[in-house]
Each structure stands twice: as C-alpha cells, then as structure tokens.
Design a binder for this molecule. Structure first.
Ligand SMILES: Cc1cc2nc3c(=O)[nH]c(=O)nc-3n(C[C@H](O)[C@H](O)[C@H](O)COP(=O)(O)O)c2cc1C
Length: 245
C-alpha cells in the first residue's frame, strides 16, 4: 500500500481565513480577492469586460493526482476561476493515491466537466481563458495533443490552446521515457507548449512530500505569471553562514 499524502486543504482552511499565496499575485488587489484582471489602458479595452483570471485544468491518469489537488487548492485561494476536467483514468488513479473523493476534487473547481463532453465551453476557441495546465499529463494524452487526435475534452481543450496561441503547460509524468515520449514532448515544445515534468528541487531542502508538491505547483504557476509565496525560492548561496568559497 502506498503511504497517503497529507492534503492540507481542510487544515489550511480551518487554521486561517487569509490566503497564504496572495502576496505576490499581481491579480489580487490589496483590498480584496476578486481576482479581477486590471483593465488594460489600450483603446481596445473599451470592449474588454473585466473578468477573473480563468484557467483550464486537465487531470489525466498518470500518477500524481496530488499535484492537481494542490494546484486547485492554491487557485481557489487566489480567486482564480478554474475549469476542470478529470479523465476516467485520473479518477481511477486518484482513488488509489489520495483520500479525497472525486466530489471533493470537483468542489475545489469553479466549473467541472465530463471528459466526454465535447460541447463544453472550453472545447471552443471562442471561450476566452488565460491558459491550460494538464497536471499530471499521461503519455497517452501527450500523444493525443501531439497528433491533434482529440476525441476527449482534455486533449481537445489543449489543442484549442495551441491553435489560439494560449499558454499550455503539460506536467508530463512517466519514467523512463521512450523515444516516442521524448519526440512527442519536443514536438509540442516547438509548437509552443511548456513541458513541465514535476521533478523535485532539493536546493529548497524540502521537509516533506507536501513541500515538494507545493514547490512544483508554485513553479508551474510561475509560467502563468502567478507568483505565489507558499514555497522557498532560490536566493543565492548563503556564503557567510555556509563558509563557502
Ligand atoms: C496506478 C497507475 C499509474 C499510472 N501512471 C502513469 C504515468 O505515470 N504515466 C503515464 O503516462 N501513464 C500512467 N498510467 C497509465 C494511464 O492511466 C493510461 O495510459 C491511461 O490510458 C491514460 O489516459 P488519460 O490520459 O485519458 O488519463 C498509470 C495507470 C495506473 C493505473
């Protein structure tokens, strides 16, 4: 039996009503947490309604559902509108990997859809949003996006991001990687996607699996201009205390 990861959603909500992640978030004003994007000053803004930052999150059946849960917890705290799709295999692996139920994960989302619903708003380029993260991203979904064979909502929404030139981050997870996997990643990187295997950084001296998950998710959000302060960032060597030369 795999050991259970401690999920801090309930704990954090119970212990503090203040968002831990708001400090450096450019989308949150100091007066509240509406998440509204400031109006651009260009003349075209006359027709651009103010709306919250809006992200699409696809969760597939690679191991690592905990990354998606932490991502949704943080986005919820930040007041970011989320549109979430979980694949059939994400639900299967999720049940095994976390104590949270499908319904608990969906509760973290603003909107959630069935992966079979190709009529959902996020299946169309005319539904405007600020990008998509597939966390974790299986090799199957990677291959679907690479080939443009998109017969489920996750791969379709990712395909839409590419065609609309929107940010697409794929938290690819497999090991070891075959020629096919690597070739698919390189192809999609060249098509504009961010290839983001959730590989831990140890220079932050993580004390727990929780720290590792939060750091990885924080770095994913950096890609979307959402800079959270819930994890340690590298600030150079501490030459004096470590007496390095
Ligand atoms: C416990 C478990 C762990 C898995 N881990 C991975 C993984 O890390 N990477 C991967 O590409 N597939 C993994 N798979 C296989 C995918 O779930 C499978 O390829 C599935 O078809 C992916 O479909 P989806 O992309 O629609 O979720 C795993 C399956 C199970 C049951």
């Amino acid at each position: 039996m795999v050991s259970r990861v401690s999920l801090s959603h309930q704990r954090r909500n119970a212990s503090s009503s203040k968002p831990r992640f708001s400090k450096h978030n450019p989308y949150l004003s100091s007066h509240g947490h509406s998440g509204a994007i400031p109006e651009p000053s260009s003349p075209s803004s006359t027709y651009a309604p103010s709306r919250p930052k809006r992200l699409v999150v696809g969760v597939t059946g690679a191991t690592g559902t905990v990354f998606a849960i932490r991502l949704l917890e943080i986005l919820r705290e930040l007041g970011v509108e989320t549109h979430v799709v979980m694949s059939k295999w994400a639900l299967a692996t999720g049940k095994y990997e976390t104590p949270m139920l499908d319904a608990d994960v969906r509760q973290l989302a603003t909107h959630s859809y069935s992966p079979r619903d190709l009529s959902a708003p996020i299946a169309s380029g005319s539904f405007v949003h600020d990008g998509m993260l597939v966390v974790p991203c299986s090799m199957k979904t990677l291959a679907a996006v690479r080939t443009g064979y998109c017969d489920d909502l996750i791969s379709r929404a990712a395909d839409v991001c590419l065609k609309e030139d929107r940010r697409l981050l794929l938290a690819v997870r497999e090991t070891p990687l075959s020629d096919v996997h690597l070739d698919n990643m390189l192809h999609l990187r060249r098509a504009g996607a961010v290839i983001f295997p959730p590989v831990p950084a140890f220079y932050t001296r993580p004390k727990s699996l929780d720290d590792i998950i939060t750091q990885s998710v924080g770095r994913m959000l950096d890609s979307f201009g959402i800079h959270t302060d819930g994890f340690e960032r590298w600030d150079g060597f501490d030459w004096k205390s470590k007496q390095m030369s």
